[in-house]
Design a protein. Structure first.
Length: 226
């Protein structure tokens, strides 16, 4: 999928409840959800090199833990820089207390969501490369899927709008803000996959119905018939 869908998916995953377990969960999962596409830099050596390397090592079941570790190192460096800056400005200590072990596990979850999303389009991926270089593709959604973008953006934005309305009328929030919206967005994503898979199977069955003994019957144009 394109980067925005991956970023939004990571953010929605974090807001489902992961961000309640440790600080910096949303940032870490949002970055980790898109991090496997770092192999896009291979296109610097030309389109052929990019085509060969893209969706390679960083898009495998063994590559995700390594990519997640790199993301966590980046977040850790940013956190240390923030702490240093606050001390330099003689401010109080940063109240954020990340749990780095949990953050690594959450980064892996977001990273594997990247593989799942890429599996759903027609490009596919090679999850067991290089030992098993076979490509796998579900082929049910396009690389840019407007409905998915609408679901994910709505799941992140609408809860904030509703929170503004609640504050205006003085209503008390009964659950953590954004959790329900993010959960609904992810449920709609999975539901869309189910609908598209059903449509995909119907299309394949319709094409198979045209086969006769493994071949497609030839249909002559009307102007060639007498």
């Amino acid at each position: 999928m394109e980067p925005i869908t991956h970023f939004l998916t990571g953010a929605c995953l974090a807001r489902v409840g992961f961000n309640r377990r440790t600080a910096l969960a949303t940032l870490t999962m949002t970055l980790a959800a898109e991090a496997p596409d770092i192999d896009i830099v291979s296109y610097v050596n030309g389109s052929v090199s990019g085509f060969i390397c893209h969706r390679g090592a960083t898009h495998t079941v063994w590559g995700i833990p390594l990519v997640s570790a790199a993301v966590l190192a980046l977040v850790f460096a940013g956190h240390c820089l923030r702490q240093w800056w606050r001390r330099r400005r003689r401010r109080t200590a940063d109240p954020l207390t990340p749990r780095w072990g949990l953050l690594y596990l959450f980064a892996c979850v977001a990273g594997y969501s990247h593989l799942l999303l890429d599996f759903t389009n027609n490009y596919g991926l090679r999850p067991l490369w290089p030992w098993w270089p076979k490509w796998y593709a579900w082929d049910i959604v396009f690389i840019i899927e407007p409905l998915l973008l609408m679901f994910l953006i709505g799941g992140l934005v609408l809860p904030s709008l509703f929170a503004l309305v609640n504050r205006e009328i003085g209503a008390r929030e009964s659950s953590p803000r954004g959790r329900v919206g993010a959960a609904v967005a992810l449920i709609l994503m999975v539901s869309l996959w189910g609908v598209r898979d059903y449509e995909h199977r119907r299309a394949i069955n319709a094409m198979d119905a045209l086969n006769y003994l493994g071949k497609i019957p030839c249909v002559f144009p009307r102007f060639l018939t007498w």
